[in-house]
Design a protein around this ligand. Structure first.
Ligand SMILES: *Cc1c(COP(=O)(O)O)cnc(C)c1O
Length: 412
């Protein structure tokens, strides 16, 4: 704000190359050379007027604005726009100095990247089973897994239901651990009245195509300004100054590489989309709640179905609607249930295949399905129903009809 940013050269900057064509005899530019009036940028890309009118091409003013508007929306101390949530989690661990020999505690019921980033820094993931109602990491089980090597905890706000943070913060405080929240699903969500992302510890959001707010691919890391100042260096080649701005007038060619950093910056193309999505987020949130309310009304009295929990102290972001089947009441398993819905033209998914079942983790750490029995038992009976902003009321009614039809047909 108030800052001047490098504008890409307009497309007519190509003109000097073409001057014989553009300046027929008698219209040549004056021959007398005076000192250059305009600043000559070092390496401007050649992009048409149309693109320029929309956005600057790499990290620039739109990204800066998206960072500040996102931070303001959540009441976050500060925000760093990146090209994914995975980049945010990885950047946070590197910034914290987590590395070989260290242990990081997380949940088996998450997407691959929450745990993959622990492997990326050559630390050891230590998984802790989930609570039966929320399917979030169980704070009570964490303390038993803390060792002198434990450096951090990565809780995941599963489906958008905030993790029970207070006891996790208490454990972290007692043992000097950092908390890096995976908030890929938790936009916007509240824990005890406070928005997820408004705390000082690092919190990573995802703007992947399916998430509550999307930039196609993208992510945001919120944290204290001091932490993000270091994270920004880690996330962009380890360069000592705002590298995106060094070709601007008033920028300088000089920088220092302080560590072998990453190439994780968000582009203005993504940020331009994100700024509009952010303006629509409240409407998006309301629509998600409407769909969830319709599902809950339809399913909560079916003994074969368990609707998702929403504890009293939270506001759920409703990224996913994870329905659980009471298999003892049904004659079919979850996979067959999904096939039956597919044959009724209803697309569903499963969130998630637990980490400990995937070959890499299963083999490396000798996990069995029963290593995390609650995650495993719930995995076998969960199905995610459509919950997105393209759903019409008629679509929602179709999903409900199909689910109830399958349940009634295959009840024991
Ligand atoms: C989508 C997702 C991620 C990764 O987000 P990207 O932006 O694709 O890197 C991380 N954790 C969870 C729980 C997710 O669902």
């Amino acid at each position: 704000m108030g800052t001047e940013y490098a504008k890409p050269a307009p497309s007519h900057a190509i003109a000097p190359m073409l001057s014989p064509l553009l300046h027929p005899a008698g219209t040549e530019p004056r021959a007398t050379r005076t000192a250059r009036q305009e600043f000559l940028p070092f390496a401007p890309p050649l992009i048409g007027e149309e693109e320029i009118n929309e956005v600057w091409i790499t990290t620039g003013p739109k990204t800066k604005r998206f960072e500040s508007e996102f931070a303001a929306y959540l009441g976050a101390p500060s925000a760093l726009a990146l090209n994914s949530c995975t980049a945010g989690l990885h950047t946070a661990l590197v910034t914290l100095g987590v590395g070989p020999g260290d242990e990081v505690i997380s949940t088996p019921l998450t997407f691959a990247s929450s745990v993959g980033v622990i492997e990326h820094v050559r630390a050891r993931p230590v998984l802790v089973d989930v609570q039966p109602d929320t399917l979030n990491i169980d704070p009570i089980l964490i303390e038993a897994k803390v060792t002198p090597h434990t450096k951090a905890i990565i809780p995941v706000h599963f489906a958008g239901h905030p993790v029970d943070l207070d006891p996790i913060r208490e454990t972290a405080r007692r043992y000097g651990l950092s908390i890096v929240e995976d908030a890929a699903h938790a936009l916007p969500a509240r824990y005890k009245g406070r928005l997820i992302g408004s705390s000082d510890n690092p919190v990573a959001f995802s703007f992947y195509a399916t998430k509550n707010l999307t930039t196609g691919e993208g992510g945001m890391l919120t944290a204290s300004p001091e932490f993000l100042e270091r994270a920004r260096v880690v996330s962009l080649h380890g360069m000592s100054r705002d590298a995106w701005n060094r070709y601007a007038k008033g920028g300088t060619w000089y920088y220092e590489v302080l560590l072998p950093g990453f190439k994780y910056n968000m582009t203005d193309i993504q940020a331009a989309i994100g700024l509009w999505q952010l303006r629509k987020l409240a409407r998006f949130e309301q629509r998600r709640r409407e769909v969830v309310a319709a599902y809950n009304r339809a399913f909560s009295h079916e003994d074969a179905l368990e609707t998702p929990a929403e504890r009293r102290e939270v506001e759920h972001a409703w990224h996913l609607y994870v329905l659980r089947l009471r298999l003892e009441v049904l004659r079919i398993d979850r996979n067959r249930f999904i096939e039956e819905l597919t044959s009724r033209n209803i697309g569903t998914s499963v969130h998630f295949i637990p980490i400990h079942l995937h070959p890499y983790y299963r083999d490396k750490y000798a996990f069995t399905p029963e290593s995390f029995p609650i995650a495993y038992a719930n995995y076998r009976r969960m199905v995610s129903l459509p919950l997105n902003l393209q759903l019409s009321d008629a679509d929602v009614a179709d999903v409900i009809d199909a689910v109830l039809d399958v349940v009634r047909r295959y009840r024991r």
